[in-house]
Design a protein around this ligand. Sequence first.
Ligand SMILES: Nc1nc2c(ncn2[C@@H]2O[C@H](COP(=O)(O)OP(=O)(O)OP(=O)(O)O)[C@@H](O)[C@H]2O)c(=O)[nH]1
Ligand SMILES: [Mg+2]
Length: 432
Amino acid sequence: MHEIPRNNRERALLVGMVPSNERVGEMEESLDELALLADTAGAEIVDRMIQVRNAMHPAYYIGTGKARSIAEFCEAEEIDLVIFDDDLTPAQVRNLDRVIERRILDRSGLILDIFASRAKSKQAKLQVELAQLQYMMPRLTRQWDHLSRQEGGVAAGSGGAIGVRGPGETQLEIDRRLIRGRITHLRRNLEQVAASYHRQRQRRSDMFCIALIGYTNAGKSTIFNGFTEAGTLIEDRLFATLDATTRVINVTPGQPVLLSDTVGFIRKLPHHLIASFKSTLTEVYDADLLIHVVDGSHPNHAEHIVTVNQVLAELGASDLPLLLVFNKADQLESPDALEFLELSYPDAITISALDPGDVERLRQAISVRVDRHRVEVELLIPYENGHAISVAYDSGEVLHREDEPEGVRLTVRMMPSVAGRLGKTLDAFVCR
Ligand SMILES: Nc1nc2c(ncn2[C@@H]2O[C@H](COP(=O)(O)OP(=O)(O)OP(=O)(O)O)[C@@H](O)[C@H]2O)c(=O)[nH]1
Ligand SMILES: [Mg+2]
């Protein structure tokens, strides 16, 4: 085994399991991603192990022999942390912990840990804490159930004599009640945040709203910055962006467009995390257009697309208009790879976020989509209705103006919602 200098980072071993030898390649890919996650969490990856096994061992996941050999390896290599690619049951964590005597983590636990350390805004912190508590709750319950059953057993089948299992039960009830109370509190807080978002969204309804979505590290924030120069955190790390950031951008004349950068998705994203982020990911399911950014140079890009589509379905955002964008074209291996993408996904566009010319092409593609959404209307606005005139100029593209005795006759291209609102206040209104 090669020597890795010890530093402050925790030393981690990654473990995966597959049912047959043919699936080992697949697991290698999954472990590559787990390694990135572990690196993001601040661990140093010392090694990885893949076990081929028909079915998972109910008590030890990988089986007792393998667990013992991992324990020896951990001893020899001074491993601090063993990370499993799949989710473990609470009993498996406990049993493995006893044999390996190192901290045991599974993929969901790792992702939640990263989210917890990266959450900055109050809202992201609330969401992550909610997801963590929900993740903990069944584990805590089953762990205590297991203990109380054992203790009940000691009491010779009496169903658990008072004084033997009592304290455990009581502690369990206290813990559960505390956690449940905290969960309710967090949910209520998040509902308030969601309500204020909803109000903001109503105010924004005159704007065309776009959300950048996609697998983590695909380049969403880089594209966002290409449009806005907002200085959003860009990092070659997973989950650089946890809080949606929104800016007004200029893509189409006379049409304010709101662009939001959002949290990245990943396979096996803990369900609780999606559920808790759902309440405030309104940027996604309220959008007029989703821009799905894919790292086209990634060997697993097709799988990434499937994962993102699954998360979109969970968020109830599958039916929204969507523009597929393959990013990192500069990193594609060959011209063939580009041709392959273009043939496989004829409606997509391929860009490099680092190339200003490509960002401009994307801007034009978006502009076409925005235009498709707008309607052209003719308005006759009395001169004294200065408010309506300024709404027409601020929220739309004025194509033609004629000053007539009764007022200003404007031909305007605008969002249907604004046109509808203006139309109600005016006598002469023609939708073309
Ligand atoms: N070569 C190349 N690198 C890119 C391109 N776009 C983004 N990157 C790099 O890819 C990495 C990830 O970019 P981000 O913009 O942070 O990705 P993200 O999708 O916002 O990631 P999360 O916020 O973690 O979900 C960074 O190192 C970027 O510099 C590109 O077109 N070409
Ligand atoms: Mg980002």
